[in-house]
Write a protein that binds this ligand. Structure first.
Ligand SMILES: [Zn+2]
Length: 372
């Protein structure tokens, strides 16, 4: 694999977004002695930026970000919802759902995060560098008219629509390896056959039936023309490096390869990380290197090498930067030799294999490539 350079899209507004403190992600009840910062803390991306600057700086271009336009936003989000979010932020913010909150700065941050996703997508068609939107807030839980899961605008969905609507791509594949189900992205493309959505996630339930009606179960296949183009792969706790490798072997690579996209977008949440407080999938830096390497190879085999990384979750602020460095090393085809400094739990690869085989069997009619 040839070595690549990295183009990182960053805006300082990403740091100013701050959801309300409480009891971890939940609202403060007054029962505890200590208020805790919300898990979506600006330190998350500050640490990612710092590790990039102190390990692979010589192969990185830092790029400024233009905010998303109303036209680009409107391809995914209802204008009334966008206006209401702007007014909510202007009024000082607060909690929009039980776990999702904003402050005055969140409007500007969210518009720049979505803008970064649009710009990295254009970059993928212009240069050989690997484009990476190091953005915050994340996007993949945001639905057309609903904030959810720390997300307001669905950055990766806006990017996919931008590629389609501007004629850059006819078919777009989105691979979401964030440990939570990309329910907003699923919602945006559920009846579409031009955007394939594959989500690998820790099996979990809807945490809020009103704001989050999707379940992430394997039987949410898509509807109408989109039937078969929505692939959920719920994974058991402890799936680990080997379990994810099996999911790539059995489902991700055969299906995306058969779909033959013009562009591969990654919802790159590194919260499958081994000590992440919001996931149980125990992936180490070495595992994330494999994610990056396999995504790169898949893009070269099926999308003319057009690969884009858009930051999603990852909440242990010391492990997230190492995990993300792993993704970047794999996708750039380089090795820093830096090891994961964290102890990790044993994997439960047998449970993972059974779960992945069940999903593959259910999809074999629609995607014969998985039936091997
Ligand atoms: Zn997540």
């Amino acid at each position: 694999m040839t070595e690549k350079n990295l183009a990182v899209y960053w805006d300082d507004s990403f740091l100013a977004h701050e959801p309300p403190a409480g009891e971890f992600e939940a609202e403060w009840t007054g029962r505890l002695a200590v208020k805790e910062p919300h898990p979506d803390r600006e330190e998350r991306i500050r640490n990612i930026r710092h590790i990039i600057e102190h390990t692979i700086a010589d192969r990185v271009d830092w790029e400024p970000v233009d905010p998303v336009t109303d036209e680009q936003l409107a391809r995914v989000h209802e204008p009334e919802y966008v206006d209401a979010f702007e007014r909510f932020c202007e009024a000082g913010g607060g909690r929009l759902t039980a776990e999702t909150g904003a402050n005055e700065a969140s409007w500007t941050a969210a518009r720049h995060a979505a803008g970064a996703a649009v710009q990295v997508t254009e970059r993928a068609f212009e240069s050989d560098e690997l484009p990476y939107a190091l953005c915050r807030p994340s996007g993949h839980h945001a639905q057309p008219a609903q904030a959810d899961g720390f997300c307001f605008f669905n950055n990766v969905a806006i990017a996919a629509e931008h590629a389609r609507e501007t004629g850059l791509a006819d078919r777009v594949a989105i691979l979401d390896w964030d440990v939570h189900h990309g329910n907003g992205t699923q919602e945006a493309f559920y009846d579409r056959d031009d955007v394939l959505f594959v989500s690998l996630h820790n099996e979990h339930w809807s945490w809020d039936p009103e704001a989050h009606p999707q379940t992430g179960d394997g039987d949410e296949y898509g509807a109408g023309d989109g039937y078969g183009y929505n692939l959920n792969v719920p994974l058991p706790p402890g799936t680990g490096n080997d379990g994810y490798a099996y999911a790539f072997d059995r489902i991700v690579e055969p299906v995306i390869g058969a779909f033959d996209p013009d562009l591969l977008l990654i919802s790159a949440g590194q919260d499958p990380g081994t000590v992440d407080p919001l996931g149980r999938c125990v992936v180490t830096k070495e595992g994330f290197e494999t994610f990056g390497r396999r995504a790169r190879r898949l893009s070269e085999q099926s999308a003319d090498g057009r690969l884009v990384l858009v930051q999603e979750g990852g909440y242990q602020i010391s492990h997230l930067p190492y995990a993300t460095l792993g993704v970047l090393e794999g996708a750039l085809g380089i090795e820093t030799g830096i090891e994961d400094p964290f102890a990790w739990l044993d994997e439960d690869v047998e449970s993972a294999r059974r779960a992945i085989d069940d999903v593959a069997t259910a999809f074999a009619d629609r995607w014969p490539a998985v039936d091997t």
